[in-house]
Write a protein that binds this ligand. Structure first.
Ligand SMILES: NC(=O)c1ccc[n+]([C@@H]2O[C@H](COP(=O)([O-])OP(=O)(O)OC[C@H]3O[C@@H](n4cnc5c(N)ncnc54)[C@H](OP(=O)(O)O)[C@@H]3O)[C@@H](O)[C@H]2O)c1
Length: 265
């Protein structure tokens, strides 16, 4: 493999945002290691990108919500010193009332959106730290900052991505390891059909193309953004207000005694 940029790992590269990341990163000169369940699609993506960009592409067929497959992928990532960039993109959503949610859908969201993202981060991080370089891109969602009556589980998983990523950014401050949170709003991918809410149910003006989403996310990475909200025009003051409220709430909690409204002692 050519090694000037190293190898980018993209999970969920058989469709949607991950497939577009693979294309754009190939265009930037990365070799690729692509992960998803549908091997036929991964093979087709790999052949196309090899032909178009002249880069090396490997594929790993794996169900990242299955423990044995996740262990196998984590071992590959931990052992491959060519890896310089990890895009934790694979994710799934089932939207609807909690009481009507199948337990398998609950498990799939938790295992893929949360456990796999953290485990694969853990797989690359020791080497990134030893080399004091590397980039991790975690795909969260605007629903990591917000919740809807139909999104309690999905929002919770993306809230994990938000807090995990921001904590990691603080932990790695002062190193040369980059960690970016990307939090898209509605993007035109298969995710919506899979979720049970078709794209046609959304306001068409609120839906971004997958190409625009990924191009904005990569532009945000180039700009050094820690949090990229691809569709938000004036993100900095909104994030500053969010952080100010968060920090004020934390500060207000540091009293060591019940609040007076509870009338305890
Ligand atoms: N679309 C949106 O509006 C939107 C908004 C905010 C955030 N996001 C986030 O963006 C990320 C990508 O989603 P997308 O919109 O591109 O969805 P998508 O088109 O459904 O693509 C999901 C990708 O993840 C892979 N995947 C799903 N389950 C997997 C599993 N168990 N193991 C391994 N790979 C698996 C799929 O491939 P296989 O089926 O071949 O495994 C596919 O490549 C997700 O984290 C999602 O939460 C999406």
């Amino acid at each position: 493999m050519s090694d000037h940029k190293g190898t980018a790992v993209v999970t969920g590269a058989s469709a949607g945002i991950g497939k577009t990341y693979a294309d754009r990163l190939a265009g930037r000169g990365y070799d690729l290691l692509l992960v998803a369940r549908r091997g036929d699609r991964l093979t087709a993506v790999a052949e196309e990108l090899r032909a178009r960009h002249g880069i090396a592409v490997e594929t790993l067929v794996a169900d990242l919500s299955e423990g044995a497959d996740l262990d196998r992928v984590a071992a590959v990532l931990a052992g491959d010193a060519r890896i310089t960039l990890l895009v934790n993109n694979a994710g799934t959503a089932t939207l609807g009332a909690m009481a009507e949610t199948e337990s398998a859908a609950l498990d799939a969201m938790n295992e893929l959106n949360v456990t796999a993202l953290a485990r694969l981060t853990l797989a690359v991080l020791p080497r990134f730290k030893a080399q004091d370089q590397g980039t991790i891109v975690n795909i969260g969602s605007i629903l990591g900052f917000h919740f809807l009556p139909v999104s309690s589980i999905y929002s919770a998983t993306k809230g994990y991505v938000l807090n995990f990523t921001r904590g990691l950014q603080q932990e790695l401050a002062g190193t040369h390891i980059r960690v970016q949170l990307v939090a898209p709003a509605a993007t035109a991918t298969d995710l919506w059909e899979i979720s049970g809410v078709p794209l046609s149910a959304l306001n068409p003006n609120s839906i971004m193309s997958v190409e625009d989403c990924v191009d904005a996310a990569l532009a945000g990475l180039d700009l050094g953004e820690a949090i990229t909200l691809p569709s938000v025009e004036d993100a900095a003051p909104l994030l500053a207000a969010y952080d100010a409220a968060r920090i004020a709430l934390l500060g207000a909690s540091q009293t060591g005694k019940p609040a007076s409204r509870y009338r305890i002692s």
